[in-house]
Design a protein around this ligand. Structure first.
Ligand code: A2P
Length: 358
């Protein structure tokens, strides 16, 4: 670790995740010697605060990485594909939040609570990949269960918030919600036929970000569809879990965009080799770093997005044995997708990188 701190660049500094990266660097007192904020030419001249000072946003160019030691990238896959190798060549270690390099065998894919030692492999390309938000929160909760009882198979359904798509998606959902709330006039006395007529306006709302209206809807479509009928988001959960946790784990996913603002939820069914009771799973999860168990049914306590937003920990609850198989568990896992699902995980990787390798 350099005594005077590091020169750090944030690529996509004006975006939802980039902004949070700056925030987390400050909150966790990351040793920053110099901060470089990069975005598109559209943002040039904007300023963003860091440690009580305003920093000007600059346009990302091929020359942006001179002297930069750590680059936190979150400006989309195409930007990473082009600029991460340029930064790496210039001696900057890139921590990339996009999917572009995740399955590259020369790029470590890291969740610090699960496989921190993989960071050592960064030097092949000077790139470390941050996993998909849905994968991160799931593997954090699966790790202590896998260590104790060997996970054989996972069936997961996700309920992912619009913030995962970016600022425009949040805006679109809020606008659509306002528009529909004003347009749909109905009271309980009107009956269900009247309700059906009243929701006519549902069909006419403008959509730009998603293929369908997201307000008051669940869209079983995240990222592009692949030839096997799965969405890429679903396959990312399989591929990335194999790379981070264990290639022997079989996983099948259904990923769904839901009209929540911040925080992804997941219903996770796990089948293990050894029997593990719900009580034992609760104990293991309670003592695992980065996990908080919220599981008191008598008081209606379980993870919710409202509780996860702004939290560093991944929340796990509704822990119960799957009565349909000899060795199975069900879990409800919720985490802040912008924090642990992206910015926090990236900064945690940077912390280990700075402490052990730079
Ligand atoms: P900008 O604000 O200048 O468009 P989000 O996913 O929340 O919408 O954020 C995307 C981030 O990626 C923003 O910071 C955005 O900057 C940045 N970005 C988009 N296109 C480019 C580009 N061509 N070069 C650099 N940064 C980009």
């Amino acid at each position: 670790m350099r005594q005077d701190g590091h020169k750090v660049a944030v690529v996509g500094a004006t975006g939802a995740v980039g902004n949070m990266m700056i925030n987390v660097l400050e909150k966790r007192a990351f040793p920053v010697r110099e901060l470089v904020l990069l975005a598109s030419g559209r943002s040039q001249g904007r300023t963003l605060p860091f440690r009580g000072k305003d920093y000007e946003v600059r346009e990302l160019t091929e020359k942006s990485f001179k002297g930069v030691e750590i680059g936190l990238f979150s400006a989309g896959g195409a930007i990473s594909a082009k600029f991460a190798p340029i930064a790496g060549e210039a001696g900057c270690v890139v921590i990339d939040n996009t999917a572009h390099f995740r399955m590259d065998p020369d790029v470590p894919l890291v969740v610090p609570e699960v496989n921190p030692d993989a960071i050592a492999g960064y030097s092949k390309k000077n790139i470390i990949a941050n996993p998909n938000c849905s994968t991160i929160q799931m593997v954090v909760a699966l790790k202590p269960i896998h260590d104790e009882a060997r996970i054989k198979r996972v069936v997961v359904s996700t309920y992912q918030s619009v913030s995962g798509t970016g600022k425009d998606a949040i805006e679109e959902m809020l606008n659509q919600s306002r528009e529909l709330s004003n347009a749909v006039r109905w009271s309980k006395e009107d009956g269900m036929d009247a309700l059906l007529r009243a929701i006519g306006p549902y069909k006419k709302v403008e959509t730009k970000v998603y293929p369908h209206r997201i307000a008051f809807e669940c869209i079983p479509h995240i990222d592009v569809f692949l030839e096997n009928g799965y969405s890429k988001e679903e396959m990312k959960m399989s591929w990335e879990t194999a790379k981070i946790l264990d290639p022997n784990i079989k996983l099948t996913a259904t990923t769904v965009r839901v009209p929540t603002i911040l925080g992804h939820s997941e219903a996770v069914n796990v089948e293990t080799e050894k029997k593990i009771t719900a009580q034992r799973a609760r104990e293991l999860l309670s003592s695992f770093p980065g996990v908080k168990v919220l599981d008191d049914l008598s008081k209606n306590v379980y993870p919710l997005t409202a509780l996860a937003a702004g939290e560093y920990d991944t929340l796990v609850g509704r822990i119960r044995e799957d009565e349909s198989v000899p060795n199975g568990l069900n879990l409800w896992i919720v985490s802040d997708n912008i924090l642990k699902g992206a910015a926090l995980n990236a900064v945690q990787i940077a912390e280990i990188l700075a402490r052990k390798y730079l």
